[in-house]
Write a protein that binds this ligand. Sequence first.
Ligand code: HPA
Length: 270
Amino acid sequence: MEKIIDQTVDYLKGKGFESPQIGIILGTGLGQLIHEIDIITEASYNHIPNFPTATVEFHKGKLIYGTLEGKTVVVMQGRFHVYEGYTLKDVTFPVRIMEKLGITTLLVSNAAGAINLNFKKGDLMLIEDHINLQGSSPLAFKGVELLGERFTDMSAPYDTAINKSFKTIAKNNNITLHEGVYASVVGPQLETRAEYRMLKIIGADAVGMSTVPEIIVANHLNLKAAAISVLTDECDPDNLEPVNIQDILDSASKAEPNMITLFKELIRSL
Ligand code: HPA
């Protein structure tokens, strides 16, 4: 795998991706952050050697390199999910590439359902810890020990100093920022009422279909990592409405300006 990583990194360096400091995965609810970046260069996922979509036509995803709030950043516009048929190793390959390019910090956003019913649709939640319910690990492959510690420590997967800054920034800007545990499932189907009840019992505050694999690999590579969820629906098993994807996307875009403020100010402070 090291050779494959080097080949991809060489390609990107040749395209001008020079020593970024921060990696950002733009999930649902943060897409507009792209307009705040002074773009220096970019590469389509399907042109990047060894990227999961290198053989798939029409994937719109791009890797972008530029500056934001005085820092050099590499940004994933579009991420990979297990529910699209990718393996956990595929989903997290870009994190290994961003690390090899030079990032020391990884920032992630996503959309999630609120399991904790004190949290409301449209609110933001800082991820303080997670539960991996994707059925496997992105570190479960031969040779993983050549890339980092196989038995990766998970006692504090989300950087406490960054999370503290996020909370201060939220307070200073009058932004509601809950804190909680994110459970990640495979999807793409939404959860049953019984599953929402189970998620609550096991200690989840929110549920989504991403982020945990990337955070595990960030920890494998000793990156500082942080993630924020935009809560797009309230998962009340006793009053569950059929899910409306448009409604989920609308809630995510409503919360987007706050999410952008948090990320921009955090990056400025790093
Ligand atoms: N479940 C899983 N993923 C989600 C949800 C949900 O309720 N809402 C947004 N992403």
